[in-house]
Design a protein around this ligand. Sequence first.
Ligand code: NAG
Ligand code: NAG
Ligand code: NAG
Ligand code: NAG
Ligand code: NAG
Ligand code: NAG
Ligand code: NAG
Ligand code: NAG
Ligand code: NAG
Ligand code: NAG
Ligand code: NAG
Ligand code: NAG
Length: 599
Amino acid sequence: MIPGKAILLQFVFGLGSIAVLPFNNPPGVDIWCGKAYRETNSSFDPGGQLTAPEPSKSLLLDLRFYPRMNLYLSTEEKGSFIVDTPVSYIYGSPYENRTFEPNSPNASQPLPFRTLNIQIWNSLNNKILVPWGKVEVNSTGKEFSFDLSLIDWTNTGSTRVRIIGTSPDGLQSYQSVSTVRILPPRNDTGSVSRIDQRYGALQVKSSLTNDLWKPIFPYSFYTSYDWIVSTLNNASATKNLSTYRALGYNIIHPVPPWPLNVTVLKNFLTICDELELYVMYDMRGTYQNTTAVTEIVALLQKHPSLLLYYTADEPDGAGDTLNATNIAFHHINNLDPYHPISLVLNCANFYFGEYASGAHIILEDTYPIAANTSFSPVYHTVCNSTWGDCGCDDCHAGDPAYPEYVKNKFLDISTRMDDFYRYQEWLGWASQGTRGAGGAPVWGVPQAFYDQGSFWSRFPTPEEEVVMGILRLNHGAKGIVAWIYPTSEPIEKVTGQLATLASGTEFTSYTLEADGVPLEVIGGNGLVDATAWVKHGKVLVSVVYLGYEDHVWHVNVVLPTRVEKIEKTLWGKGDWKVGNGTIYTSTLKGLEVSILLLS
Ligand SMILES: *[C@@H]1O[C@H](CO)[C@@H](O)[C@H](O)[C@H]1NC(C)=O
Ligand SMILES: *[C@@H]1O[C@H](CO)[C@@H](O)[C@H](O)[C@H]1NC(C)=O
Ligand SMILES: *[C@@H]1O[C@H](CO)[C@@H](O)[C@H](O)[C@H]1NC(C)=O
Ligand SMILES: *[C@@H]1O[C@H](CO)[C@@H](O)[C@H](O)[C@H]1NC(C)=O
Ligand SMILES: *[C@@H]1O[C@H](CO)[C@@H](O)[C@H](O)[C@H]1NC(C)=O
Ligand SMILES: *[C@@H]1O[C@H](CO)[C@@H](O)[C@H](O)[C@H]1NC(C)=O
Ligand SMILES: *[C@@H]1O[C@H](CO)[C@@H](O)[C@H](O)[C@H]1NC(C)=O
Ligand SMILES: *[C@@H]1O[C@H](CO)[C@@H](O)[C@H](O)[C@H]1NC(C)=O
Ligand SMILES: *[C@@H]1O[C@H](CO)[C@@H](O)[C@H](O)[C@H]1NC(C)=O
Ligand SMILES: *[C@@H]1O[C@H](CO)[C@@H](O)[C@H](O)[C@H]1NC(C)=O
Ligand SMILES: *[C@@H]1O[C@H](CO)[C@@H](O)[C@H](O)[C@H]1NC(C)=O
Ligand SMILES: *[C@@H]1O[C@H](CO)[C@@H](O)[C@H](O)[C@H]1NC(C)=O
């Protein structure tokens, strides 16, 4: 958010030699997301953009598999693999929809190639982990369990595993590799946290969870360290970590300086342990200093409230060295393989692969509310794809040149969420089998601040705050940490209610344990965004109305499965009805959000 940082980092890490700068800026030209943003400098192509892979001429089948959990403990007996077999023109090896069935009545009659025979084995000791079984062609999410004891993990902690898939006649075959990670249980009081790669959900286990895996949907804030310090053991503070936790926030993302007062940090962490307030520890100022990172990781280790690390803050905006996030990732993983690593990317499309390769979890911070997305009030330049910094990279909210974004002021947010998953697909991260189905989970950073003289002219309203959070949920967010606490009283109140809902099992048993399915909406003027999660015949549906004006026409949201009734309204005023395989209403209040449980 502070573009001035870019030039400083280039001097520090560019070692004074212009030749090593990887970006397109001429010497002396400050950049944000690779673009010149000062009036005195002219525009140029920032480079670093990802584009969609070229489609192939023939149909391809991509045999993908990955372990359900990104890590297992050696005390667990069973693990499982998820096998996906998408057919497309982009990923995989040639697929011909034709095979012979040796056991069919007429073996010389060609048949459609509908099922793949697969086998999975440990490539270190050749032990079979999953014996020959069947998977439908063009399916996702088929799960096969295996015995963790078949993997001798003691040497490295990580084991290469392989899958082979063949057509029934054996003439077409597909292969890929993945990695299973098994770690010994911790021998201290620290937590273990891992990712359920099927659904992108975080799970944590420690004395705070009675040593059981507990799924977490984080709904919370980046939090001022000054605020934390000023309220610790301060009898006259009306708000402190206890009141913060009592609002419903289940995690805290402190933004501490370094060096810091270690006594105070320990005091803070101990209170978090007592409150079961999980910590997402921010190392933005230090992540490129391996000595400092080593010291910080050691300080955090024994605390059961440690949930995950956060390294770089907008490295793509600032133009940090391209390999910096990945170097920090490996360093931290070597010191502490028990907690995932996250970072936030600010740019719409600037060296996404390089920076995101340093994270298990990727955050986006798209701030389109009360911003001028086409002319920078701070730097007095036009903002477009090659020039300017408007605080929301390549955003178009309210820009008359983009009518869709005038109508829907939140479109930049849903587009960014979708893009961050799409880029990972383009990079083939899902098909490498090293990350889960959609690649790394994406978390959202809703806008919840107001800085005078910045790109934004006011605080978001509480209604906007709810839309920004739940819209992200609809588009696959697996966690929400808004910028920044303390925030306005109305935002604090409403996010406390949302956090209470989002952390409850009634909600997480759908959002963290089922696929989110985007729903068709009839009526609604293109301003109704809806997603459903289906489990055991019940449906959790989340409907976000993105218009500021009340909508008084009929709106139908088409459901993915048959239900009879609204069992419970978890959020919203609840005047929806069930009928014709839809839920429907004839009035939506401006920015109305509904979360319903249907059965
Ligand atoms: C870019 O702008 C800076 C600051 O105003 C100025 O010093 C510099 O000469 C400009 N560089 C170019 C190449 O225009
Ligand atoms: C078996 O299939 C072949 C190839 O389609 C066909 O020529 C033959 O007549 C079939 N035989 C029988 C017994 O159906
Ligand atoms: C293969 O062909 C069958 C029969 O035409 C069809 O039902 C099926 O969808 C095809 N599968 C793929 C992946 O193209
Ligand atoms: C494969 O599955 C996808 C997603 O369900 C579907 O859109 C596509 O049409 C299918 N492709 C074929 C060839 O059947
Ligand atoms: C505890 O585990 C750490 C690393 O996982 C190891 O270095 C250390 O030796 C272990 N301590 C004991 C007492 O087993
Ligand atoms: C304690 O809290 C009060 C009220 O918020 C504040 O004015 C004061 O500065 C705090 N004390 C310290 C030492 O931070
Ligand atoms: C927060 O303030 C309340 C009321 O003064 C107090 O009971 C509680 O112990 C405080 N919590 C912390 C973590 O300091
Ligand atoms: C750290 O904070 C504690 C508690 O506020 C204080 O007593 C101590 O003097 C501080 N240490 C340093 C080195 O500033
Ligand atoms: C890196 O961190 C160490 C330990 O905190 C500190 O002594 C050192 O000055 C830092 N180096 C830089 C370049 O900031
Ligand atoms: C990281 O990139 C910098 C700058 O391009 C380079 O000097 C350094 O050798 C790289 N480090 C590693 C470990 O690749
Ligand atoms: C962005 O705006 C600048 C200044 O008006 C202009 O020179 C440049 O061509 C624009 N870039 C694009 C891609 O339109
Ligand atoms: C259901 O669909 C029928 C036929 O399209 C229509 O007449 C009826 O009004 C619909 N009912 C509801 C409750 O929407």
